[in-house]
Design a protein around this ligand. Structure first.
Ligand code: PGA
Ligand code: ZN
Length: 421
């Protein structure tokens, strides 16, 4: 059960910039490997991504310092520990770092080890990762049924994820139908292809942005994607609401300046009250069934106003950054009633799971998510979603590092069906 070796290296993430991969090996020979993703429209309070700042390598974005922190400082501490003591190992790294945002050792270094320790433990226990997560954190009984998350696939992206597109960051297909994960994935991809056709018919470009979603240049306004996605659902032969609806992630912190919301595409500057009215008018007109970060992370006072008036759930991402304290604050303030979950915002598996468990305690749902520009092929988030019973996983509809997540989801389903039969 003892950890005998930890080794980190630089790998490439989806944007062609470095990220970190970590191997944890046990005395038994079992091994766990994990890689860490990071975002491009990160919340200001996210755990710290340590980059080299050495302009001669990768324009300063190298991760050799984080690699060295794993191989030297963290390995010195964690080698010899019992791999099954995930909470203890995560806490040791948090304490050794000693900062609120893990800026000393780097959250990328700490998380890489945390995830790889978890995978090595699962291998040692001869369990799938989602089974091991359940066991390690006593989330549910061994015999309890798993409910798998549904696809939440980014279809049109703008904001920081694409040039000359919408001000709002993501227009997403939210699958609602109760059917197998495999059928849900198929339905999602068929809607995505239907959207491509519709964009072409309207002479809009079908270039894709960071997450594999379409990023039509010079799109007329922030409302048009809602019309296009609604049309795509029907064109693919599916029913709005019953089969799928729309989920928006505005990532509103990105267009919030001096207390106002700047919609550059439309040459408009709105107050929070005006923006909320606009959102609610869209919600009446289109099959929008959920939304995220519709207001800025610096605008806490208006979140409860939107939530009180919102007929649909409001998910917090930049507001809560997978941080238990901020999530509890959002719950207490009635600012949000669901949470986006990103492992690297938290910086350890334990803190991430604790955020999910806090949501479950309040009967609020969780949405484990990919990252914009710095995603890796690691599909840890899917196992996490299965372990904690998340409602959706948010992942782009195309590109290898995104579809890896859907493939893992279908693999888990097959494995569960097999073990049930
Ligand atoms: P990011 O964006 O990963 O680029 O920060 C994704 C999101 O805001 O959900
Ligand atoms: Zn977001």
């Amino acid at each position: 059960m003892k950890i005998s070796k930890i080794n980190a290296r630089e790998i490439l993430a989806s944007g062609g910039e470095p990220s970190l991969e970590v191997d944890v090996t046990l005395e038994s020979g079992a091994m766990g490997r994990a890689s860490v993703s990071y975002g491009v429209s990160a919340g200001s309070k996210e755990a710290f991504v340590l980059v080299d700042e050495d302009k001669k390598r990768y324009n300063g974005k190298g991760m050799l310092k984080a690699v060295a922190n794993v191989n030297d400082k963290i390995a010195a501490m964690v080698v010899g520990q019992n791999v099954l003591e995930q909470r203890k190992i995560d806490q040791m790294m948090i304490d050794a770092d000693g900062t609120e945002n893990k800026s000393n050792l780097g959250a990328n270094a700490i998380l890489g080890v945390s995830m790889a320790v978890c995978r090595a433990a699962a291998a040692e226990e001869k369990l799938e990762l989602y089974q091991y997560l359940r066991q390690a954190y006593q989330i549910a009984d061994k015999s309890a049924r798993y409910t798998l998350p549904k696809p939440l696939a980014v279809f049109i992206e703008g904001g920081k994820h694409a040039d000359n597109s919408t001000d709002l960051q993501e227009y997403i297909l939210a699958v609602t139908k109760e059917q197998s994960a495999r059928e849900n994935v198929r339905m999602m991809e068929e809607c995505y292809k239907a959207l491509k056709k519709i964009l072409k018919q309207r002479n809009l470009s079908t270039n894709v942005g960071n997450e594999g979603a379409f990023a039509p240049e010079d799109i007329a306004n922030n409302e048009l994607p809602l019309e296009l996605i609604t049309e795509a659902i029907s064109a693919a032969g599916y029913k709005i609401y019953d089969d799928a609806g729309i989920y928006i992630d505005a990532a509103a912190s990105e267009f919030y300046k001096d207390g106002k919301y700047h919609l550059a595409t439309e040459n408009k500057v709105l107050t929070a009250e005006e923006l909320i009215e606009l959102y609610l008018s869209w919600q009446k007109k289109y099959p929008i069934i959920c939304w995220e970060d519709m207001l800025s992370e610096f605008d806490w006072e208006h979140w409860p106003i939107l939530l009180a008036r919102s007929p649909i759930p409001l998910v917090a991402d930049d507001l809560t950054v997978t941080n238990v304290k901020l999530w509890q604050k959002a719950i207490d303030m009635k600012a949000a009633n669901a949470i986006l979950i990103k492992l690297n915002q938290a910086g350890t598996v334990t803190e991430t799971v604790d955020c999910c468990l806090l949501a479950n305690k309040y009967n609020y749902f969780t949405v484990p998510s990919h990252r914009g520009g710095g995603e890796t092929n690691d599909s840890f988030l899917v196992d996490l979603a299965a372990a904690v019973g998340s409602k959706w996983i948010k992942v782009g509809p195309s590109r290898g590092e995104r579809v890896a997540k859907y493939n893992r989801l279908m693999e888990i389903e097959e494995e569960l069906n097999y073990s049930n039969s």
